[in-house]
Design a protein around this ligand. Structure first.
Ligand code: SF4
Ligand code: SF4
Length: 109
């Protein structure tokens, strides 16, 4: 069985701002994004902590990009993460996935 390439990548978690609606927070919905992992952007929009810093990296990402990584809140990650490059785990990337990987010196899938 071929390994999910995302478990050896993580580039998208350290490349883009990750914004989502406040209604996805754990304080608003069961099994939502833990509030401490996000910062407010506007009254209704939250952002994953770390994703708008100069050295972009989501605070929920564990491990070394391009080697072995893990989202520590995988089952509770926000919708942009759930919707990003949906076929990448099968080895089929898209433009955004390729852009994120390039930023970290990785070839497109
Ligand atoms: S979606 Fe693409 S950039 Fe994100 S972890 Fe998977 S392979 Fe890497
Ligand atoms: S919540 Fe998880 S999947 Fe989403 S950017 Fe952070 S580490 Fe990546």
């Amino acid at each position: 069985m071929k390994l999910d390439p995302c478990t050896r990548c993580g580039a998208c978690c350290a490349a883009f701002r990750v914004d989502f609606d406040r209604s996805e927070l754990a304080s608003a919905t069961p099994r939502g994004v833990p509030d401490a992992f996000a910062v407010p952007v506007t009254g209704t929009t939250m952002r994953m902590r770390g994703t708008d810093e100069a050295r972009t990296r989501c605070c929920a990402l564990e491990g070394e990009i391009g080697m072995e990584v893990r989202c520590t809140i995988y089952d509770r990650r926000p919708s942009p993460c759930r919707e990003f490059a949906p076929y990448a785990p099968l080895g089929i990337g898209d433009d955004a996935c390729a852009r994120a990987r390039r930023r970290h010196g990785l070839l497109a899938l």
